[in-house]
Design a protein around this ligand. Sequence first.
Ligand code: TYD
Length: 140
Amino acid sequence: MHKMNKIQIIEFPQHGDERGHLVIIEGSRDIPFEIKRAFYIFGSDPDVVRGQHANRESEFVLINVAGKSKVKVKDGEGNEAIYCLDRPHTGIYLPSMVWKDMYDFTPDSVLLVLASTYYVPNEYIREYDKFVMEIQKKNC
Ligand code: TYD
């Protein structure tokens, strides 16, 4: 399947009541992988671009649990898509080997990221040209 078609918008179960909202995310149930790592990004200025990498192994789910940001995803073959992250009960699933840029952070943005792997620096590709070369190699 084409990489861009693997991207999914996922609605999480909500259990809100008069006391407030509660959103539940269970690994392998509500998202397509077992969660090995979680990290969150906040306090990024609106003109900052984060990410700017692809991952050879890791899959991610991105959720703006507060505020807003955007993520631009590229497949290295000329296709790209932009997703607005602005709902605490909606996640975006990103497969491995897609390039991602996160930007347009609002001051209140808290971007939660769930990952399928522990942190391994050398599975990150941080140069776009290198990413494109690896994609081309895979297609041979
Ligand atoms: P970086 O990958 O640049 O963050 P982002 O892609 O969200 O913009 O990571 C910033 C620093 O944090 C970098 O020194 C690596 C470190 N880091 C970890 O040690 N573990 C992790 O899981 C992540 C995501 C980053």
